[in-house]
Design a binder for this molecule. Structure first.
Ligand code: CIR
Length: 254
């Protein structure tokens, strides 16, 4: 059964790491928005597994960054922000009971938000959070799975998936100017309209709809014109802390 592993929002979420374009999120509203997100995943067919929040880890709701699943194997990451390293142990413990695991070792850093899997190709963002050593270690795992790895330089945003969002089979929405698009050769690219730069985030669901952020209606319309069914939800407080729709879950076949 498709399963989504999520993590509760701690009361310390108002101290989440935020970029200069972000702001401190409202914790109560963020929790309401997180419930809506979980409900949509559940309605779309995911079984939800929930890890409790850790008050000492303000960003722990962004669980995507802590592990990447390749079939039967879970790669435990090593987050590029030192203050997020303590998020790892409970996630690792949970995944170890269900998957074979391997882990990124120091000095490597890798955030799950930099990893985008499209069919048999894995794209990794070379970002401020994911370093060369982390990419080197990821490459060994990816090749071990018989998959190929493409490294995408990322500038001016947190992660690869801050600016490149899968919305369907080989289709991505890209924020212009943030990634080297020549590395996305072979993917169908939809450009986020300028007025909505970095307001769009998406998560394709197993029921065929694409969960999108409500603050990006023009981008959503472009997807509808392509025949995709979109389901917009308000995630203002998640976006405020530089998160998106992929970052609040780890998805796998349970
Ligand atoms: C951070 O700066 O690490 C968090 N405030 C946001 C992480 C978002 N993660 C993601 O999109 N995968």
């Amino acid at each position: 059964m498709p399963t989504a592993l999520v993590r509760e929002i701690p009361s310390s979420f108002d101290r989440a790491i935020v970029s200069p374009r972000g702001r401190s999120p409202d914790v109560d509203l963020a929790r309401k928005q997180h419930r809506v997100y979980r409900d949509h995943l559940e309605e779309a067919g995911y079984e939800i597994e929930t890890l409790p929040a850790d008050e000492t880890c303000p960003d722990c709701v962004f669980i995507e960054d802590t592990a990447v699943i390749f079939g039967e194997l879970a790669l435990i990451t090593r987050p590029g922000a030192q203050e997020r390293i303590a998020e790892i142990p409970p996630v690792e413990e949970f995944l170890r009971e269900r998957f074979a695991t391997t882990a990124v070792e120091a000095p490597g850093t890798l955030d799950g938000g930099d990893v985008m899997i499209m069919g048999r190709t894995v794209y990794v963002g070379a970002s401020e959070r994911t370093n060369r050593e982390g990419i080197y270690q990821l490459r060994a795992v990816v090749h071990g799975q018989g998959m190929s790895l493409v490294v995408v330089p990322v500038e001016g945003v947190l992660h690869l998936k801050s600016a490149v969002l899968p919305v369907g089979d080989q289709i991505v929405v890209v924020t212009p100017g943030k990634v080297d698009e020549s590395m996305l050769d072979g993917l169908r690219i939809v450009h986020e309209p300028e007025a909505e730069h970095l307001l769009f985030s998406a998560l394709p669901l197993p029921d065929g709809t694409v969960l999108t952020t409500a603050g990006a209606p023009a981008t959503a319309s472009l997807l509808e014109e392509m025949g995709l069914a979109v389901s917009p939800i308000d995630m203002s407080e998640i976006l405020a802390a530089d998160g998106g729709l992929t970052c609040m879950s780890i998805l796998y076949d349970g």
